[in-house]
Design a protein around this ligand. Structure first.
Ligand code: CDP
Length: 229
C-alpha cells in the first residue's frame, strides 16, 4: 500500500538513542534520514579549526556569522549509514570526538548558526518523506511534522551509552567526563534563548531507559503505522 509521505521529527536529550532509532526507522520505511546534530557538529569543527572558539568555550560570534556562507554541509550515503561532509571533506569521525562534543552546544546557541541550518533543514524536507532528529525539529524546523517523538532517558543511562560508543570506536573518555558533558549540554540546550530543547505540545514521549534497541524499533514502527493509517 502506498502511503502519503510524511515528516517524522525525533527530538530529545543528548545520547538518548535518537539517531539510531531515526536511522533504523528511515531505512525500514524507505525515507531519507537527516542527522541535524551532525550539521551543528560540522559547523563546530569549522569554528574550532578557524580559531573561533576560546579555551572557555566562548564563541567569536561575529566572525562565525560572517563565515557561515563559506560552510557547505552534505551527507554522503555509506552502507546503512551516512557520512557528514564539511566543504566536501569527510569529517564523520572527527565530529563525534569529545572535543567537538564539548564545543557544540555553545555553537548551537548562536542565532545566526541556527537560522542558517534551520533553512537548510527545511529545504531538505521540502518533499517530505524524511526522518530528522535533533533538539528543535518538532518545535521550530517542522512544527507541522505529522509524527513527533520526544526521547528521554536518565543522564546516567545516556552517559553510559555514549561512553560505550566512544570505547567501541577506540576513542575512550573517562565516564565522569562523559556524564558531565551530557549534563552540560542538556543545560545549555534547554536554557538557550533561541529555539531551546523543548517537547512540542503534540509530541509523544518515549523514555527508553529500560528498552532494548529492538523494543524501541517496534515501538517506533507502531507509531509510524498509527500515523499513516
Ligand atoms: O549525539 P547527541 O544526541 O549527543 O547530540 P547530537 O544530536 O549530535 O547534537 C549535538 C549538539 O548539537 C546538541 O547537544 C545541541 O547542542 C545541538 N543541536 C541543536 O541545537 N539542534 C539540533 N536540531 C540538533 C543538535
Amino acid at each position: 500500500m502506498n502511503h502519503k509521505k510524511i515528516i517524522i521529527a525525533i527530538d530529545g536529550y543528548s545520547s538518548s538513542g535518537k539517531s539510531t532509532m531515526a536511522r533504523r526507522l528511515a531505512s525500514e520505511i524507505g525515507y531519507r534520514y537527516i542527522d541535524s546534530g551532525a550539521m551543528y557538529r560540522a559547523v563546530t569543527l569549522f569554528a574550532m579549526r578557524h580559531g573561533m572558539i576560546g579555551a572557555d568555550h566562548t564563541v567569536d560570534t561575529a566572525r562565525l556569522a560572517g563565515a557561515l556562507a563559506d560552510i557547505t554541509i552534505d551527507f554522503l550515503p555509506c552502507g546503512a549509514t551516512q557520512h557528514t561532509l564539511l566543504n566536501g571533506e569527510d569529517v564523520e569521525a572527527e565530529i563525534r570526538s569529545m572535543e567537538v562534543s564539548e564545543n557544540v552546544s555553545p555553537i548551537a546557541a548562536v542565532p545566526e548558526v541556527r537560522h542558517a541550518l534551520t533553512g537548510q533543514q527545511r529545504r531538505m524536507g521540502s518533499e517530505r518523506g524524511i526522518v530528522m532528529d535533533g533538539r528543535d525539529i518538532g518545535t521550530t524546523v517542522f512544527p507541522d511534522a505529522e509524527l513527533k517523538i520526544f526521547v528521554t532517558a536518565s543522564a546516567e543511562t545516556r552517559a553510559r551509552r555514549r561512553y560505550d560508543e566512544l570505547c567501541a570506536k577506540g576513542t575512550p573518555a573517562p565516564y565522569d567526563e562523559v556524564l558531565e558533558n551530557v549534563r552540560n549540554r542538556d543545560h545549555i540546550d534547554e536554557t538557550r534563548a533561541e529555539s531551546p530543547l523543548r517537547k512540542a505540545a503534540d509530541a509523544i514521549v518515549l523514555d527508553n531507559s529500560h528498552m532494548t534497541p529492538a523494543e524501541q524499533d517496534s515501538w517506533m514502527m507502531e507509531q509510524y503505522r498509527k500515523t499513516v493509517g
